[in-house]
Design a protein around this ligand. Sequence first.
Ligand SMILES: [Zn+2]
Length: 236
Amino acid sequence: MQDTLAALRGLQEIDRHIYRVQAQLERLPQELEDRTQAMARLKEALEERQYSLRELRARIKEIEDTTTGLRQRLRKLEHESNSQKVDAAMLASYQHEIRQVKRTISQAEDDGLRLVGEAEQVSANIAELEARQTEEQTVFEEFQNNVATETAEAEKELAGLQEQRQKEAAASIPSDVLDLYTKLLDTRQGEAMAELADRICQGCFVEIPRNLAIRLARNTELVQCPNCQRILYTWG
Ligand SMILES: [Zn+2]
């Protein structure tokens, strides 16, 4: 039984390694996907800002055109009000309209200034996002290359480990024990064995009955933890 347990522990070493490599092989494409999505979100945010900027610039242009028209109107009114033919009532009417046009121009200029300020902010934000995008694109491409390399390496490593596993498993482990071990490996996420220390299973940290500990110490049979079912072993 000592030999079988030793062989199982050897196998467990390899399987732990296999589980780690398999987890890595699952994690890598997931991480690549996450990063791809993050890049897409950044691009979307940038496009949204660029759209806002175009809108703001169009509104600023509109205001500029309006004020240009209003200034022309103002000059015309001022010219007409200075004419000799204008009587007092007409002059009052002109002056009233001039005041109104001036107010409208002033209002439009305020609006224009506010929009120019907003556009500047959006511009600065775009520049910031573009810089970030350039920077992250480099990191992303590096990561993408690394994923390809790491995946290839992990796959090669996994093939080697599986070959090694096959050899060790066939060599010195009875098939019924191997079946039990393999089943446990699956249900216990890669840890089919557990050390027993002071009658505590180190796999689930539950204390096992004294008689089981004695049976394990006799070393004549395979003993499983009654709680987590892992195959128990002791150091030595
Ligand atoms: Zn246990």
